[in-house]
Design a protein around this ligand. Sequence first.
Ligand code: ADP
Ligand code: MG
Length: 273
Amino acid sequence: MTALAIETRGLRKQFGSKVAVADLTLTVRPGEVFGFLGPNGAGKTTSMKMLLGLVRPTAGHARVLGAPVGDTQARARMGFLPEHFLLGLVDLRDAAGRKLRDYSKGMLQRIGLAQALLNAPALVFLDEPTSGLDPLGRLLVRDIIGRLRAQGTAVFLNSHLLSEVEVTCDRVAFVKHGYVVREMALAEQGAEVEVELKLGSVAPALLAQLGQFGRAVHQQDGVVRLRTDGEARLPEIARWLVGQGVEVYHLGASKPSLEALFLDVMGGDERPG
Ligand SMILES: Nc1ncnc2c1ncn2[C@@H]1O[C@H](COP(=O)(O)OP(=O)(O)O)[C@@H](O)[C@H]1O
Ligand SMILES: [Mg+2]
């Protein structure tokens, strides 16, 4: 049986009194494209550096490719693209056709990196790979992730760019103030559903009871919305409302955008604590 790509328990990093990562517990399966999503200062880069053995954890455990962090054999099967690095990959296009000896040292590093990414590693870490890139650069990143996925490489992707994560990731974790506040699959199955209801007059107490079917119940302009864990909840909700004597004018369901989920999970407070 293949080992998990990443497995952490209670991973923590403190810089002096500053808690960068509070308590990171997560798993990434082999071949999975995993999005680690959160605002600036949430602890994404520090988490990634702990997994790469570049930052020593204050507490907790981590195994990467079935080996303890820092294991050289496991490390040889990984690729790492640090923040602000991919711009170089785009530059390589302009440099195509030049002889290798004409490249600058920095350019050679980038070529090495590109090779590391495409040499079928078991696991690749990408830290904000599209930040600061133009649309062509973003497409290139998407293409690289697609190729990694196709060759069975697991990808751990740090990002605050929701649309990127939405199209490329199998699963995401939302991280805030060094904690994973939510983890979910982006596949159709098991994905969240936003339910929209138009009802006859409803007492507030009854409205609150809708909470038994999901979360984030709210009412605006005569429309009630709530989040449930799947479509199977819809008939239950309909039955319950009718049973309570409520008139149901409309019951609809849609998949919330990742952006809506992000705001829901992060709340208005996106500042690091
Ligand atoms: N070497 C360091 N010394 C002190 N504080 C740090 C250090 N590295 C990161 N931090 C702090 O830890 C928190 C998390 O940082 P980071 O992991 O870079 O977050 P992200 O990548 O999500 O933006 C931030 O508040 C940051 O200022
Ligand atoms: Mg970062």
